[in-house]
Design a protein around this ligand. Structure first.
Ligand code: HEM
Length: 508
């Protein structure tokens, strides 16, 4: 249990801080062992990223306080957030309260499990396309091959009528944008990123093209809606939410309150004269599902464009990391691989909406990978007001870090934490305390809206891939898990062998 009495002793500072650099060298050289080891220092530990101090919360019940019970005292904030904001704008991933709660309520219905089942067909199609490509290649980098599949699943789910060549162009732009964002996070020296160097020009151009593509996707979806088409897809769902259309010009039925902080931040991504009513209020501690949005409070086109970018930023990579690292572990664990094969061999030839539910063991394999390698390994927040945690008082403005990686590797919660053991996730095998500390999708009001979507696509991709192929490490392959934003898997290069024991009627 964390200490509760008010303490006058400040929490300990992690050892090894250097003048000016703080713990940056440790964070660059061996970030996961460094962060994972902080729990040995205490339930709250202070670190410095360069000269910027931050408080790392190491105890699961204190994490719960930050993300859930005291969530209203914290906003998204910190170094990662600051560099994602220019890409995601006022999309759900980076929008701040109170706008966040209203946006969340408008979007949530499109992400319920039954709603997501409608996208299973797209997931299965892309999984088959991936499986065929990997089979043709003979040897494949599984992460590199799966990443476009994951992004295509999301793009097709957002707006199913988008032509394939636009999908590809968008993907290329996004890759350049993500590389640029990462460079800005690890080297937060603004003027270096503003110099007219080729890589900065490429980043800026890719960002502008991504925004332009997102804008045109929204315009097309709006035109289809006006012509009376009841299109499928996440974007048409968001358009229907609120039952009315906000306007960017502020002349519609909705008049109001959302502000475009991206324009204030001077990112050059355009200004937003959005005007619509923010009728929903709340404490910000729920998941935003409690109320239906009032009619006439729908998204404006500018907000929809930001949502497209936000979903792509948050949802077009992580499932690929899960699939790649699952394949890596399966190759080293014949027992788990046999159990997985037994399940995927009975997959129906034609996938239906019940596909994911018929794959419980595959889902446990994916869940265990999310425990071992949570793609979002650090979640950052900034205190909006003074707060007390474990009896310590902290001022507004304190940067607070929660690490799913740290919690998931705590031996008190997960015995033998480095061991890949999908059976942990059988009902009744893992304690309630550990389940509460398992937060690959975060927790509280900012919990991942795409959690069921991400789990479904990782499960379907893994099942379809392993049904046809036995994947073995290619000679000389060296798998590396890099603590980037998000966690990255590199070098998962595998030899693709045809599985001969697949039932004949269910082959490729
Ligand atoms: C394995 C896959 C995924 C993982 C591990 C993951 C992880 C996370 C985490 C940890 C957060 C919370 C961040 C915070 O509290 O600061 C988050 C938020 C979010 N994720 Fe995911 N995510 C995944 C897939 C997806 C997908 C597929 C989508 C879109 C379809 C998506 C969209 C979002 C959005 C929009 C948010 C912001 C939610 C809000 O602030 O209300 N994610 N994700």
């Amino acid at each position: 249990m964390p200490s509760a009495a008010t303490s006058h002793q400040p929490p300990p500072t992690a050892p090894g801080a250097l003048p000016l650099l703080g713990h940056s060298l440790r964070l660059v050289r061996d970030p996961l062992p460094f962060v994972g080891g902080l729990r040995e220092q205490g339930e709250l530990v202070r670190i410095r990223v360069g000269t910027r101090p931050a408080l790392v919360v190491c105890h699961p019940s204190l994490v719960h306080e930050v993300l859930v019970t005291q969530a209203h005292r914290f906003e998204k904030g910190g170094i990662i957030f600051e560099h994602l904001k220019p890409v995601s704008g006022n999309g759900l991933f980076t929008v701040e309260e109170p706008d966040h709660l209203r946006h969340r309520r408008l979007m949530q219905p499109a992400f319920t499990k039954p709603a997501i089942a409608a996208y299973t067909q797209i997931m299965a199609e892309e999984a088959h396309r991936l499986s065929e490509a990997v089979g043709r290649a003979g040897t494949a980098d599984i992460k590199a091959a799966t990443r476009p599949a994951v992004a295509r699943i999301l793009l097709r789910s957002i707006f199913p009528t988008m032509p394939p060549e636009r999908v590809l162009h968008f993907l290329r732009c996004l890759d350049t944008v993500f590389a640029g964002v990462f460079a800005r996070i690890v080297l937060p020296v603004d003027f270096l990123h503003e110099l007219p160097l080729p890589r900065n020009v490429r980043y800026q151009r890719a960002l502008e093209q991504s925004w332009a593509t997102a804008t045109s996707i929204v315009a097309e979806a709006r035109a289809a809606q006006r012509s009376g088409a009841h299109g499928a897809g996440l974007l048409p769902e968001f358009m229907r939410a609120g039952a009315g259309v906000g306007t960017d010009a502020g002349t519609g039925a909705a008049a109001g309150a959302d502000t475009d902080r991206r324009a204030q931040a001077g990112t050059g991504a355009g200004s937003n004269a959005d005007a619509d009513t923010n009728t929903n209020t709340g404490t910000g501690t729920g998941t935003g599902t409690g109320k239906n949005p009032a009619p006439g409070t729908g998204f404006t086109d500018t907000q929809l464009r930001d949502q497209v970018m936000s979903l792509l930023l948050a949802g077009s990579e992580n499932a690929a990391t899960v699939v790649a690292l699952a394949c890596h572990h399966l190759a080293h664990d014949p027992r788990v691989e046999r159990l997985l094969h037994a399940e995927v061999d009975s997959l129906p030839a034609t996938p239906d909406a019940g596909l994911v539910a018929s794959l419980p063991y595959t889902a446990r394999v994916a869940t265990e990978i999310l425990r071992l390698y949570p793609p979002v390994w650090c979640i950052d927040r900034r205190a909006q007001e003074n707060f007390t945690l474990a009896g310590h008082r902290f001022p507004a403005g304190t940067d607070v870090i929660v690490s799913p990686y740290l919690l998931h590797h705590d031996p008190e919660l997960f015995p033998d934490p480095e061991h890949f053991l999908p059976e942990r996730w059988e009902p009744g095998r893992t304690s309630e305390r550990a389940r509460a500390a398992f937060i690959p999708f975060g927790a509280g009001n900012r919990k991942c809206i795409g959690d069921a979507f991400g789990m479904a696509e990782a499960t379907v991709l893994l099942a379809v891939l392993t049904r046809s192929w036995r994947l073995r490490p290619a000679p000389g392959a060296r798998v590396r898990v890099l603590a980037r934003a998000p966690l990255a898997a590199r070098g998962v290069v595998m030899r693709v062998e045809k599985r001969t024991e697949v039932p004949a009627d269910r082959g490729q």
